[in-house]
Design a protein around this ligand. Structure first.
Ligand SMILES: Nc1ncnc2c1ncn2[C@@H]1O[C@H](COP(=O)(O)OP(=O)(O)OP(=O)(O)O)[C@@H](O)[C@H]1O
Ligand SMILES: [Mg+2]
Length: 605
């Protein structure tokens, strides 16, 4: 039963009428968690269906944020797949091809075409606009996108594009989101669309005290009613949760109830109410619920049971119990379940505890991979469970980044950063780090974060320099083919990622392979003579100098005094017969690299 919201309902009805008459419209429902956005969205979509509209809808989910265009795919894929071939063809070859690249239901039409260059993202936006116009050509069409604060960046960009250039014809776009978490791009696009009267923003406030009473049905005594209203701040979800808590003996703390609620925070009493509900569950039931929260919404029952390590015989009664308690609810597709409310899912996820969650995410990643899910679907679980140095995880995140790079730069940035985080500063991953840094740099630039892109490029160049230096050791040892192979490798990687500076450096180094022979040989001589002469401590300090640390930083790291470090440094200078720290750095790097490559520097002949 819908309570209050009369002015909002009037505006929703009017928007539907206007759109039916052929004027496209956008309506945004904005407000904090539980205030009633989904309720109004569904009310309007229900009304549209009853009036013969075509209604498509999607709900963004927190854990799917990395799935490029996920929200739109969820909303439109089924419709697109069912569109007669001639209507799809009528959109034009270019639009059709763009749609086929993104919508799984059209995958058979993409003829194996690779996902395109970044510019195609905009072409895809135009293709979706044409698609919506085509859909609306025979029936007015309503598109409802809920929980957009959780939508993936590519979906937000598309929504923003449609706000700037709404499709012609009877199309009504309904967007619902929590303002605190929404992407600035969405908020800005809506603000300008609203200024130019292309969109209406409905900000949902609290229910009035009498509406709250109406919502609670037969309210208990007046004092408690007042406490409930105060603590909930008139938020219908909180009101209902608090009333449930009261009914189950979780009483409001009167001191707490009189304190004003701030911001969009979950009231402590609401959190306590949900947490207590979870804590009371038997272990197996709780694990199934936790597994569902790890998988996200809606979750697949069989997967959840496997993650919870429950046999089907135990999982089925657990499922019944959770549905019975209304912690989870069935969805339109069999064996898939959602949570009573996103806030409930958040509380469940939190209550599982870090260790259990990590283990569960690792199991989820393995299961999804096993079942052939796309890397982008597996990546969120890998990110939340993999440990530093896990090569498989790094490769998977990199592949997910590559898959997203052309269409959704921000998503790609997310995965490349996650992969880099797992490489730490481990030597064995140096090549992988360079490739990841270069990929990240171009994804950042593509996303408009030019400064960050340049910083990452500089890091890649630094790392690549070490690799270029690696060619010097075999070069000096007369193994020029080997040196060239190293340099060609660097050039190829750099070329692939558009890092021209790195490619040029490698090319110059290759050109000088012969010319630089003498000085490199001289260095080689010093290396073979000097480095082994250093003590273990001196080699350690030389390596820290090569990493750019000052004497003070070295002293701190080695727990010795600055003067001790200074003494070591002057001995190193003597032994290597060089004058500067940078010379120590070059020699050390070359020597370390040679050691890594298993090449003992040869003596000059
Ligand atoms: N006007 C209303 N009348 C009756 N019940 C309502 C009303 N508004 C919301 N509710 C109830 O309050 C709860 C929360 O509402 P809803 O799910 O629509 O919130 P929301 O704004 O979509 O929250 P979220 O941001 O978490 O998605 C639901 O159980 C819903 O039935
Ligand atoms: Mg909602």
């Amino acid at each position: 039963m819908l309570v209050g919201r009369l002015p909002e309902l009037r505006r929703l009805r009017a928007a539907l009428e206007r759109a039916r008459s052929g004027r496209p419209g956008v309506l945004a429902l904005v407000g904090e968690a539980g205030i009633g956005k989904t309720t109004l969205l569904e009310w309007l979509l229900g009304r549209a269906t009853a009036h013969g509209w075509r209604v498509v809808a999607a709900r963004a989910a927190h854990h799917e944020r990395e799935f490029a265009f996920g929200t739109w795919i969820q909303a439109l894929d089924d419709c697109v797949g069912k569109l007669p071939a001639e209507r799809l063809t009528a959109l034009g070859g270019q639009h059709e091809a763009e749609l086929a690249m993104v919508f799984p239901s059209l995958a058979h039409r993409s003829r194996g075409r690779a996902v395109g260059v970044p510019a195609e993202r905009h072409r895809f936006h135009f293709a979706v606009r044409a698609l919506l116009e085509e859909l609306a050509a025979d029936r007015p069409t309503a598109v409802g996108l809920d929980d957009l604060h959780w939508a993936d960046p590519a979906s937000i960009e598309l929504a923003a594009h449609l706000l700037r250039r709404p499709p012609g014809g009877p199309v009504l776009l309904l967007l619902a989101y929590r303002p605190t978490y929404a992407a600035p791009l969405l908020r800005d696009a809506l603000a300008s669309a609203s200024r130019e009267q292309r969109a209406q923003v409905l900000e949902l406030g609290p229910l009035s005290a009498s509406e709250a009473d109406e919502l609670l049905g037969s309210p208990p005594d007046a004092k408690l009613r007042l406490a409930l209203y105060r603590e909930s701040g008139g938020n219908p979800f909180y009101l209902k949760e608090l009333a449930r808590g009261e009914a189950r003996g979780i009483h409001l703390d009167p001191a707490h109830a009189s304190a004003p609620r701030t911001g969009a925070e979950l009231p402590a009493a609401v959190r306590a109410s949900v947490e207590q509900e979870i804590a009371a569950l038997p272990a197996g039931v709780k694990k199934l619920l936790w597994a569902g929260a790890v998988l996200g919404e809606p979750f697949d029952f069989d997967l959840a049971a496997e993650i919870a390590e429950l046999a089907v015989a135990a999982a089925l009664p657990a499922l019944d119990e959770l549905v019975g308690l209304e912690l989870i609810t069935g969805t339109s597709s069999a064996r898939r379940y959602g949570f009573r409310h996103p806030v409930v899912r958040a509380a469940v996820y939190e209550s599982a505890g870090e260790g259990w969650r990590r283990h569960a995410h690792a199991r989820a990643a393995a299961l999804l991979l096993n079942r052939g899910f796309a890397q982008e679907a597996v990546a969120p679980h890998v990110e939340r469970s993999a440990g530093v140095g896990d090569r498989e995880a790094i490769e998977l995140l990199r592949a997910a980044g590559d898959a997203a790079a052309a269409r959704a730069a921000q998503t790609a940035v997310r995965w490349y950063e996650a992969a880099l985080g797992l490489t730490a500063d481990i030597d064995a991953f140096r090549d992988l780090r360079i490739a990841l840094l270069l990929a990240l740099s171009s994804a950042l630039s593509e996303h408009g974060m030019l400064d960050e892109g340049r910083e990452r490029l500089a890091e890649a160049v630094d790392a690549a320099k070490t690799k270029i230096l690696a060619a010097r050791a075999p070069g000096a040892a007369g193994e020029r083919d080997h040196a060239r192979r190293i340099l060609t490798g660097v050039q190829a990687d750099a070329g692939r990622w558009g890092a021209l500076r790195v490619a040029r450096m490698a090319a110059e180094e290759a050109q000088h392979l012969d010319g630089a022979k003498v000085s490199i040989r001289a260095a080689g001589g010093r290396l073979s003579n000097g480095m082994p002469a250093l003590t273990a401590r001196e080699r350690e300090i030389a390596a820290l100098i090569a990493r750019g640390l000052t004497n003070r930083q070295i002293a701190r790291q080695l727990f010795v005094s600055v003067r001790t470090v200074e003494a070591h440094v002057s001995r190193i200078l003597d032994k290597l017969s060089v004058r500067s720290r940078s010379a120590i750095a070059t020699l050390t790097t070359t020597s370390l690299v040679a050691a890594n490559l298993g090449l003992a520097p040869r003596r000059c002949e």
